[in-house]
Design a protein around this ligand. Structure first.
Ligand SMILES: Nc1ncnc2c1ncn2[C@@H]1O[C@H](COP(=O)(O)OP(=O)(O)O)[C@@H](O)[C@H]1O
Ligand SMILES: [Mg+2]
Length: 340
């Protein structure tokens, strides 16, 4: 978390009570805060970020999704100037990602994927450490403690906190200098549902005040809480838009097969459906099977025939974001197989 802060010597803290981001919702309020084109990053001869173009507007919460190893962290690090891209260009907060990395770092809060605090220091001591990196005084620490509801726990050791409180400390550390942009890399991994809900409420409140957020996550419910989502696969951005746009563009059909009386019908139905025309995904959900494919007519025919033969009920279902992502993953691995 402190990487983006290193050598920062700014004093943007006004000493006023936080709870608002530093950012006034000025101007048209909707300019692009992240605007990068054709970003490429290679490690050796492996291209791990492959011509990624992304725009995130002020006050927007943009989700960054994709399987492990698909290049999310690397893209985020290129955006905040911690890594230099091998190709492409762009601006973050109006500053050039290649030549003005320092300006970007000063105005960005970056929460790294792993908890990176001193476990044998208290919450307050950790924040004091970060405050010094940014040239902030003790007022900034106490304001931030108060703002994030950490004051009563300020003397607890970071290493003894639960996942939710650790994450709150991490958030405190990356917003203490009042950044205009937050880059959150899987901030809620290992955090319980209530704490995740609180965290998202917090993020939404700040976005409403003009803070811009790019957040990577594997959780579907979190993706659904983003204004827009971006899905990356093997370094390539394969979809972006609002959740409903991404669902719509995926153009998938979904059928549900239901074993109402839990008579154990579903394994046989699933077995029969496997490999049938139109059937691209089969997933059990309790007493139902979720069957998905891109050729709606063929899928309907296959599902109805199988359900009827086994005496199960079937009806049209709603395609979920998870179905869409599984489809993307399937396609990507096919592509890799073809190449290989
Ligand atoms: N410093 C590095 N040196 C070499 N390979 C790296 C480095 N950082 C990441 N990678 C590789 O780049 C790919 C993308 O990684 P990453 O950006 O961490 O993906 P994600 O965050 O989506 O899981 C992975 O295959 C990873 O092993
Ligand atoms: Mg990552």
């Amino acid at each position: 978390m402190v990487a983006a802060a290193a050598n920062a010597n700014t004093n943007t803290n006004t000493g006023t009570k936080t709870g608002a981001s530093a950012l006034p919702p000025e101007g048209n309020g909707r300019e692009a805060v992240i605007d990068v084109r054709n970003l490429v990053k290679k490690f050796g001869d492996r291209t791990v970020v492959d011509h990624v173009t992304m725009t995130v507007k002020r006050g927007e919460i943009s989700g960054f999704l994709g399987p492990n190893g698909s290049g999310k962290t690397t893209t985020i690090r290129c955006m905040c100037g911690l890594l230099t891209a091998d190709g492409g260009d762009g601006k973050v907060l109006g500053y050039d990602i290649r030549t003005q990395a320092r300006q970007i770092k000063l105005r960005t809060g970056y929460m790294t994927q792993r908890f990176s605090f001193y476990e044998d220091l208290t919450i307050r001591e950790n924040l004091q450490f970060v405050a010094r990196l940014y040239g902030l005084g003790s007022q900034a620490v106490s304001d931030t403690l108060e703002d994030l509801g950490l004051t009563s726990r300020r003397n607890q050791l970071a290493g003894q906190l639960s996942g939710g409180w650790k994450q709150r400390l991490a958030l405190a550390a990356c917003i203490m200098h009042r950044p205009e942009l937050l880059l959150l890399d899987e901030p809620t991994a290992g955090v319980d549902p209530k704490a995740r809900r609180d965290f998202w409420d917090e993020i939404h409140a700040r976005a409403a005040e003009g803070l811009t957020v790019l957040v990577s996550t594997h959780y579907m419910d979190e993706a659904e809480r983003c204004h827009r989502i971006n899905y990356i696969s093997y370094g390539k951005l394969v979809a972006s838009g609002t959740v409903s746009q991404v669902l719509h563009d995926a153009a998938l059909s979904t059928w549900i097969v239901e074993d109402e009386d839990n008579e154990g019908l579903l394994p046989a139905v699933a077995h029969e459906l496997s490999g049938k025309p139109g059937v691209e995904q089969i997933a059990p959900f309790g007493t139902t099977l979720h069957v998905v494919g891109s050729d709606g007519a063929a899928l309907e025919k296959s599902v109805k025939a199988a359900a009827q033969r086994h005496g199960a009920k079937t009806y049209r279902g709603e395609t979920s974001l998870e179905d869409v992502f599984i489809q993307f993953m399937g396609k990507a691995s096919d592509n890799m197989a073809e190449k290989g």
